[in-house]
Design a protein around this ligand. Structure first.
Ligand code: ADP
Ligand code: MG
Ligand code: ZN
Length: 476
């Protein structure tokens, strides 16, 4: 019998906060300005300068902690994390170590380990092809990013597949966006994710040796990278080898994993308390203000959708985890042109998303009211669902009113009159084989007859009604 393995994943997420200024100085955050124009002696690490904490960054950290259900430390401190690299002019990063701002928590089904504040490093660009600093090529540094406020969110090893990691990150991103604390854009680097991955035999409770996948810059790459790493680890173990603790880079173009460093090269950061900063003391007033500022979060919204509109958990989450879909759905329900919210939800998450992809339906030509009317026409059987999809195609392309499109395209559902009875009779005449099988008790054979009627009527016939008429005309 072969052993099967369970992957275990823990994520470390860095979030650039959208404050006006940097973490410890008054420089404004940069959005593509001239390199090194947003700098001052503090964020350039000049001797003799002193940092001052950005109060807004602490407020944002508190909002994130509350949204994740963390315990807020009444008093937390900063540490210096020492390492030597050109993106770090002071020779250390100011971060939090053993007493972070927020401890524990949970988002969705994933437990949170901690949330802490720190500063971002400068941006290094390597001009050679090696992608790293070496003797042959040159590298340039842009200090505009250095000192940008960051929150690091660390999960427990509580995620069990690459797909789950991706879905959870979507929830986290929507939650952070809803809080208004970050642009959460992976391509631009305001949301960055490292994944820690191990495997263990199913049923085993202790954790295996983990590897760390660094800095993947899209949700799709994260999912692919984790899957590739799980496969690599399983292959190693099945070949009788062991997984070595190391840091890896995933190249999405080739799908390969390369080692950046092994445990032996791992840094000793010589953490020590930052002597130039006072502790963060969170007052009751600060906490009360953060509580008051908390908006409805996606997880709560999903629950409300489930309860108020009788949606399945899956559809409620699809809507609530993409804020723009949730907003669109609520607008469509609110327009009161259709009293079946579950049907609206299913059209939004199914047909509309299939046509718009990642696009915001609020920016499309289909107004929430038009969608609601369309679903209403289908619910009341004035339009078959097949013809409804054709109407939706037209609305996506040109906008407009669904009833008007239905009329002008001649897509209105046929009532069960002579025309439909004739179409059924034609289908029976044209498909003697199917009729014979049907008489033999082979129920699936009716599909050919229904298909024939649908083709002839451009999908305007009601499937149930066609079935009824076929049986009636055949005397079955
Ligand atoms: P390190 O000291 O290497 O930074 P931590 O214990 O701080 O490791 O954990 C960092 C991240 O790795 C966390 O997200 C944690 O959930 C995850 N993690 C820790 N051990 C494992 C493991 N064996 N398998 C998968 N993830 C793990
Ligand atoms: Mg760590
Ligand atoms: Zn500065």
């Amino acid at each position: 019998m072969t052993t099967s393995y369970e992957p275990v994943i823990g994520l470390e997420i860095h979030v650039q906060l959208s404050t006006k200024t940097k973490m410890f100085c008054a420089c404004e955050l940069s959005f593509g300005e001239q390199p090194n124009s947003r700098t001052c002696p503090v964020c350039l690490g000049m001797p003799g300068t002193l940092p001052v904490v950005n109060a807004r960054a602490i407020d944002f950290g508190l909002l994130i902690g509350l949204a994740l259900g963390s315990e807020i430390a009444p008093r937390s401190i900063f540490h210096r994390k020492n390492y030597f690299y050109p993106d770090l002019p002071k020779g250390y990063q100011i971060s939090q170590f053993d007493i972070p701002l927020c401890l524990g928590g949970r988002l969705g089904e994933v437990a949170i380990h901690r949330v802490h504040l720190e500063e971002d490093a400068a941006k290094l660009t390597h001009q050679g092809t090696s992608g790293r600093i070496n003797d042959a090529d040159s590298s340039v540094v842009d200090f505009n990013r250095g000192g940008t406020p960051l929150v690091e969110i660390v999960t427990e090893p509580d995620i069990y597949s690459a797909a789950q990691a991706r879905e959870w990150l979507t929830l986290l991103r929507t939650t952070l966006r809803q809080l208004g604390v970050s642009d959460v854009n992976m391509e631009e680097g305001s949301l960055r994710c490292d994944a820690n991955i191990s495997i263990r035999p199913v049923g085993e409770t202790t954790l295996g040796t983990k590897t760390e996948l660094k800095n993947m810059n899209s949700f799709r790459f994260i999912e692919r990278g984790i899957d590739a790493e799980i496969a690599r680890q399983v292959a190693l173990v099945e070949a009788g080898q062991t997984v070595a603790q190391e840091t890896l880079h995933f190249d999405p173009a080739s799908g390969t994993l390369t080692s950046l460093r092994s445990k032996e090269d791992s840094h000793d950061y010589r953490y020590f308390p930052e002597p130039d900063l006072v502790p963060i003391v969170v007052t009751q007033a600060m906490l009360a203000q953060a509580h008051a500022a908390l908006p409805e979060l996606p997880a709560q919204r999903a629950q409300r959708f489930e309860l108020d509109f009788a949606l399945t958990a899956e559809i409620a989450r699809m809507l609530a985890f993409r804020t723009e879909l949730g907003d669109y759905f609520e607008a469509a329900v609110g327009s009161r042109d259709c009293d079946d919210p579950a049907a609206i939800a299913s059209w939004v998450t199914g047909e509309l998303v299939a046509r718009l992809g990642d696009g915001d339906p609020g920016d499309s030509k289909v107004t929430p009211q038009a969608l609601s009317k369309l679903v209403g026409l289908v619910s009341t059987k004035q339009l078959t669902s097949g013809a409804g999809k054709s109407v939706l195609d037209r609305l996506v392309a040109d906008g407009g009113d669904p009833a008007a499109v239905m009329e002008s395209e001649g897509l209105a559902a046929m009532d069960s009159g002579d025309e439909l009875a004739e179409a059924v009779a034609d289908a029976i005449a044209a498909n003697p084989d199917a009729v014979a099988k049907l008489r033999d008790g082979k129920e699936q054979a009716i599909g050919a007859l229904i298909g024939h009627v649908m083709r002839e009527t451009k999908g305007r016939a009601d499937g149930g009604e066609v079935t009824r008429l076929v049986r009636e005309q055949l005397g079955l």
